[in-house]
Design a protein around this ligand. Structure first.
Ligand SMILES: Cc1cc2nc3c(=O)[nH]c(=O)nc-3n(C[C@H](O)[C@H](O)[C@H](O)COP(=O)(O)OP(=O)(O)OC[C@H]3O[C@@H](n4cnc5c(N)ncnc54)[C@H](O)[C@@H]3O)c2cc1C
Length: 390
């Protein structure tokens, strides 16, 4: 697509070495069998405490993550910002299931807020519900199952935890996004986040919920959300994504015999994604929007629609967002045109970030065309640089 074709802009923060690493990495992960074997070997190596951290860092980790700590991320954040792209620090550890981990994630989230406030490169913070709450308990609350006294206390702690992080964001005037996950915990997470929006978004958007447009019920939810905000007098922040758990959703609904929550096909997801963009822009007087996608058509659609509606390209209520290490051609070309762009910058100890990295490798293998597109762009830029030096 013309808007995203310029590879010089797309890769201008990457040195030749980094470009070469990206080239080798995407060649490797374009082969499903290699990803499968590699993933098993890494899991095995980590379980046996083999010294493979250096290898992981030099390959996938450094491509998809900012570092092991917030401080590690600073040089990357700075470099991105000098090229018009902001960062969302994402403490990307997954599979947490004990109170100690949840308390730690809460502390990290709370500490990140004043840090972000003092860094103009970071316009938002983010957290993932299951980083701070036990998955099975969320599922139990959503299913309206009876909780025992200990679980009741745990549920109260979860609500307090969400509120503490939201209040911290509000007190620092720093927007906070909350990621979306599986449908069987998402309704209860939506309830918590909508309650936070009603309380903290009275004058402007501080709290953002996330809607996954691979769900066929999300346009109706968006209509309801806008109506509720207008009636009750609050602002709505939304990150719109397609959704990351499609196979899992389909498998579970088939296994348990309830209707599939996922759209009948990709075209329906694409249609609803762009419709959501349109609905949000049409209601921008009470909304703020983060458009989280690597899809060129959807990014192009929103950019054109903003222009058509006479919005400024850098309207502070609208951001485009991609993940660090992916779709730089969208991020940097949009930023070059003057749009607001922010990239999720994952960080955390190598061992704990591995589930995130396995998902990135698998996603890049399974998302049709994504790896092919990254490789084509990297190859084009390698050729351009060689020719420029000749
Ligand atoms: C900044 C950012 C934040 C994100 N945050 C979240 C989050 O909080 N929660 C979350 O779940 N995901 C999140 N994601 C991941 C996101 O949901 C997608 O998995 C990913 O971005 C790929 O979708 P795409 O829009 O980039 O583009 P595409 O590559 O065009 O779309 C791929 C997506 O389309 C959908 N799809 C594919 N085939 C079908 C089909 N047959 N029927 C119906 N739908 C189909 C799936 O959702 C698939 O992931 C985030 C992504 C970004 C960039």
């Amino acid at each position: 697509m013309k808007r995203f074709e310029n590879t010089e802009v797309a890769f201008r923060i990457n040195s030749d070495r980094e470009l070469e690493r990206a080239y080798l990495l995407f060649r490797m992960i374009s082969r499903p069998s290699l990803v499968k074997v590699g993933t098993s070997l890494v899991k095995f190596g980590l379980a046996l405490h083999l010294p493979i951290k250096g290898l992981i860092r030099a390959t996938v980790f450094d491509h998809f993550c900012g570092g092991e700590s917030i401080q590690d991320c600073e040089p990357i954040m700075k470099k991105m910002h000098e090229n018009g792209v902001s960062s969302i620090l994402d403490y990307s550890i997954e599979g947490q299931d004990n109170e100690k981990d949840f308390v730690h994630a809460e502390e990290v989230a709370v500490r990140t807020i004043p840090f972000a406030r003092s860094h103009m490169e970071i316009p938002f913070t983010v957290f993932k519900p299951t980083g701070m709450a036990r998955f099975d308990l969320l599922a139990k609350v959503q299913a309206k199952e009876e909780l025992n006294p200990r679980e009741k206390e745990e549920w109260e702690r979860i609500k307090k935890r969400f509120d503490r992080v939201a209040k911290e964001a509000y007190d620092h005037n720093l927007p906070l996004m909350i990621d979306a996950e599986e449908t069987w915990i998402q309704d209860i997470c939506d309830e918590l986040v909508i309650d936070l929006m009603r309380r903290y978004n009275k004058e402007k958007v501080i709290i953002y919920n996330t809607l996954q447009m691979y769900r066929h019920d999300r346009i109706a939810h968006l209509e309801w959300q806008i109506k509720d905000a207008r009636e009750k007098g609050y602002h709505v922040g939304l990150k719109i994504v397609r959704g990351a758990y499609m196979e899992k959703e389909r498998e579970r609904s088939a296994e348990k015999g309830y209707p599939d929550p996922i759209q009948p096909n990709k075209a329906a997801t694409d249609r609803d994604f762009d419709l959501a963009s349109k609905m949000i822009v049409d209601n921008i007087d009470i909304m703020s929007y983060c458009c989280g996608t690597h899809n060129e058509e959807s990014a192009d659609f929103l950019a054109n629609y903003m222009i058509e509606k006479g919005l400024k390209k850098d309207d502070p209520r609208i951001y485009f967002s991609q993940l660090y290490g992916m779709s730089d051609h969208i991020s940097y070309n949009l930023a070059d045109e003057g749009f607001n762009v922010v990239k999720y910058l994952p960080y955390g100890p190598v061992r704990k970030v591995m589930p995130y990295l396995f998902r990135r490798a698998e996603e890049n293998t399974s998302v049709e065309g994504q790896t092919g597109r990254e490789l084509t762009l990297i190859t084009k830029e390698r050729k351009r640089r060689k020719a420029a030096k000749a």
